[in-house]
Design a protein around this ligand. Structure first.
Ligand code: SF4
Length: 324
């Protein structure tokens, strides 16, 4: 049941002035950039670029109604996905390396980005889905404010790799309706080796706990479209690299066993992955089964598993991940 809370949350944040405060604080952090755990300390207000390779303005690679997300996010009309260029991770297997690692995409002023959001709403998308938003969070909030003035009123999905400072997630309180967050690694050495992300597990776990504190377990409207809450995405990597058991235990103990989880089997050895033997292949059926069992062992039964042609609700579904 959806309570009397009004969605999207950002309309209240806009009306109360909280959104303006978050924008102000975000831009202050850009001056000596500490938007993410890298803390590059470059002055992005002067268009200096740090690890994520993005300066003052956000860069967008593409935007479209997206039908390939989890069913309650894509729904019938698609999710209004905006793919941002640049990233604060450097995953060796990145499928989007053309714009995450290279400087492709178009630089946009906040007003222009806001107009893209409105365009996606006009195409009847169920939500605005910010794909890899963290390194341009302040710019997005400024765009959001501009779009609200022109009538934006669909939920906001913060779709992140989860390498986040909990402090930054706190800034999004009452603004993001839905967190679609990766939990990629449980072990720090794997996070360093495959994504060059020191302390990823610690930052990631802190961020997920804060997200859960803010929006809790996913809630859906009568048509099954998500209105608020957290969905955790866990990509199963070959050879146990992603640490599924540890992550499942963390979710059950520290977040909630009712958390919705999307257990993903579609790993492909893209980008530089073929240079590392242990991850230079797709996962096996056995590896996916083991990941599913890990979730079951910790009583995690909400969410979606992958079968060959899409996602299915978790309970009692035959699993057919990609074959080796
Ligand atoms: S957002 Fe970019 S520049 Fe800022 S700390 Fe993170 S990686 Fe560095």
């Amino acid at each position: 049941m959806i309570s009397e809370i009004k969605y999207p949350l950002y309309l209240q944040a806009y009306a109360s002035g909280r959104l303006d405060k978050a924008i102000e604080e975000g831009y202050r952090l850009l001056e000596s950039c500490a938007i993410c755990p890298r803390k590059c300390r470059v002055n992005r207000l002067k268009d200096q670029k740090g690890y994520c390779k993005i300066g003052l303005n956000a860069r967008v690679y593409s935007f479209t109604p997206h039908h390939g997300e989890e069913p309650p996010i894509s729904g019938k009309n698609g999710s209004g996905a905006i793919f941002f260029s640049g990233c604060n991770l450097s995953c060796v297997y990145c499928q989007n390396y053309q714009f995450s690692q290279a400087e492709n995409g178009r630089e946009l002023q906040p007003e222009e980005l806001g107009d893209i959001m409105l365009g996606l709403q006009n195409k009847h998308c169920h939500n605005i889905n910010l794909v890899t938003p963290t390194h341009v969070m302040p710019q997005i909030l400024k765009a959001l404010s501009a779009a609200i003035k022109k009538g934006l009123n669909i939920p906001l999905v913060y779709n992140t790799s989860g390498y986040e400072l909990p402090r930054i997630v706190k800034l999004l309180k009452g603004i993001a309706d839905i967190y679609l967050v990766d939990m990629r690694y449980f072990d720090n050495d794997k996070a360093v080796k495959y994504s060059n992300a020191p302390d990823y597990p610690e930052y990631n776990q802190g961020a997920v706990k804060e997200m859960h504190r803010q929006v809790g377990i996913a809630k859906f409207d009568p048509d099954g479209i998500i209105r608020s809450g957290v969905i955790i995405r866990h990509l199963v990597l070959p050879g146990g690299v992603s640490g599924t058991k540890g992550i499942a235990g963390f979710i059950a103990r520290e977040v909630s066993p009712d958390t919705y989880i999307s257990l993903m089997s579609q790993y492909l050895p893209c980008y530089k992955a073929d240079q590392l033997k242990e991850i230079s292949r797709r996962i096996s059926l056995k590896e996916y089964e083991a990941a599913k069992e890990a979730l079951q062992k910790f009583g995690l039964n909400n969410g979606w598993i992958q079968e060959e042609y899409g996602l299915e609700a978790m309970a009692g579904i035959h699993i057919r991940p990609a074959k080796v």
